[in-house]
Design a protein. Structure first.
Length: 339
């Protein structure tokens, strides 16, 4: 079986023929392509068949390696005389624009980076890191444009810090039963960050979203009220638990410092997990310490503890959104699972 036969089976190009397979001076495989007899070139702007104008110099397009041997398509692009767009270069099915990577090669590299790092992929297949980056950028952009957003009923909205200095990304997930995927990523955690997600959806799809899981970030809550008023907004219990933990840590640290200053034994020291653990999971030592802490808490509840007062105010303010969790059957925990 000849190489041309294999290539025609796996990578047939409509309107073009593989006329020759040869070795290059660098011991690479080159497949020379020619336009099929009687076929007209396609305008790269309007996408219509137009009469040919002239030929450009031959160009090489990188294809998927064969037996660790680099493979290239060699083709002299035609220019078309389009009455609408003028004299422009033709559109070819195996590549886009001026990029010398074929579409198949881009998909091949992007698929490999699911298992390997970009640097390892570049080293193994004898290309550059920049080529792997461009391949991934093209594949991701293509799939975003051609993504099917129909049938989305539940989404999760969260932010993640990707760099020091309060550098955040806004993430939107689909959380439907059996379908959990990342839908959207944007810089920062502002209103405009989330507005971009609703900008790529049409109105029927937005109206079909029944549940949205978020934290208490005001920017997210405002955008949801404006763009999806019919969607049931559920506060993520993970963030509520986190805020409780932060308030508890603050009180514990302040009280421990005060006890030491007053000359008492700092029984609150090293007790963080005693307060956060379930009773059945406590060790014997932690059980004793928790009993001491409960005696201390009886006295503490009679005083004015500012962090706990703030936490209570937050819960009261968002009480309706917290109660929505029961209608969603625990959807909010899926946000952290997706990450």
């Amino acid at each position: 079986m000849q190489l041309k036969t294999i290539l025609n089976h796996v990578e047939k190009q409509k309107g073009f023929v593989y006329c020759e397979a040869r070795w290059s001076k660098k011991r690479e495989i080159e497949f020379v392509l020619l336009p099929r007899k009687g076929s007209k070139p396609i305008c790269s702007v309007c996408g219509k068949k137009r009469p040919g104008y002239d030929f450009l110099k031959k160009r090489r397009f990188e294809f998927v390696p064969l037996w660790a041997i680099a493979v290239f398509f060699v083709y002299a692009l035609r220019r078309v005389n389009c009455p609408t767009c003028g004299v422009v270069v033709e559109r070819v099915p195996w590549a886009c624009g001026k990029n010398t990577q074929t579409k198949s090669y881009r998909v091949f590299l992007a698929t490999c980076t699911k298992r390997l790092s970009w640097k390892e992929t570049a080293t193994i297949f004898g290309t550059s890191w920049d080529s792997v980056y461009r391949a991934n950028h093209w594949v991701v952009s293509y799939r975003i444009v051609h993504r099917d957003h129909s049938g989305i009923e539940a989404i999760g909205i969260d932010e993640i810090q990707y760099r020091r200095g309060h550098k955040y990304l806004t993430l939107v997930y689909q959380l439907d039963e059996g379908v959990k995927r990342l839908l959207y990523v944007a810089k920062d955690r502002t209103e405009s960050s989330l507005q971009g997600f609703f900008g790529i959806l049409n109105e029927p799809i937005i109206q079909g979203i029944k549940f949205a899981c978020t934290d208490v970030l005001p920017a997210y809550l405002k955008v949801l009220r404006e763009r999806a008023p019919a969607t049931l907004n559920i506060l993520d219990r993970f963030h509520i638990s986190k805020k409780f933990g932060e308030a508890l840590d603050k009180v514990r640290a302040e009280e421990t410092r005060q006890l030491e200053e007053d000359g008492y034994e700092p029984i609150l020291k090293h007790s963080r997990w005693c307060l956060l653990k379930r009773r059945e999971n406590l060790t014997s030592k932690q059980t004793v310490k928790l009993r001491e802490l409960r005696d201390w808490c009886v006295r503490a509840n009679q005083s004015q503890i500012e962090p706990m007062q703030k936490m209570a105010a937050t819960l009261l303010k968002h009480e309706p959104l917290l109660l929505n969790w029961f209608e969603s059957k625990g959807l909010s925990w899926a946000v952290k699972i997706c990450q």
